[in-house]
Design a protein around this ligand. Sequence first.
Ligand code: KIV
Length: 265
Amino acid sequence: MTVKPTTLSTLNRYKQENKKFATITAYDASFARLFAEEGIQAMLIGDSLGMTLQGHDSTLPVTIEHIAYHTRCVRAGAPQAFLIADMPFMSYSTPEQACLNAATLMQAGANMVKIEGGSWLIPTVKMLTERAVPVCIHLGLTPQSVNVFGGYKVQGRDEQVAEQLKQDAIALEKAGAQLAVLECVPVSLAKAITDTAIMPVIGIGAGNVTDGQILVMHDLLGLTPKPPKFSKDFLQEAGTLRKAVRLYVQQVEQIQFPQEQHSFS
Ligand code: KIV
């Protein structure tokens, strides 16, 4: 059976059809292959690898070379998947720097790059998209800003911050962003942003109202010592790796995950 490549058009169609979709972080060929075989069409080579693979307590030590290496590994295992590669800390501090570093990730096999932050990224999003690099924006709890936030905290509970996040999403989409990740925000805010955005919105700790979901693979497989509230150990419930991934995909598609206990109000 030939599997067609997943593209941004696929994810846009899912949004239009109101079909929820599951995505996951992936860092190597073997897991990427298994994820693709169990129905995951889009994967993120996340800078969470700084914590999950490298054992640091934040994503800050991750470099462009690390993400490029893991993007090549994931591409080898999942040739038809839609791959989003994270731009690590300080790799997109100017639009020009972002372009050079994004080229490295696209040449490693990414279909899109992800950058964390609000309206200050407008010129960067414009420059990347004009140069044929599709951009995913990451809003809410942006882990590269952990030292500014003073910890990994829910964002957008305050009305002013919530309004700012909505305006950021609108402005960045207008600048050219074609996908958004919303992390650790109240469900009502996630719904407002998802309903307003034309681009698909993928949530993590944002309730079941977003178009797609993402989980860090180590959380899904019960490998995280202190798992976040929004995650779920699917391996414990399903018993085997394959069944765990399949269960995650099914529960997202049938809006059975995430539930209220995984969300913030
Ligand atoms: O790096 C990562 O894994 C991420 C997800 C938490 C969305 O950005």
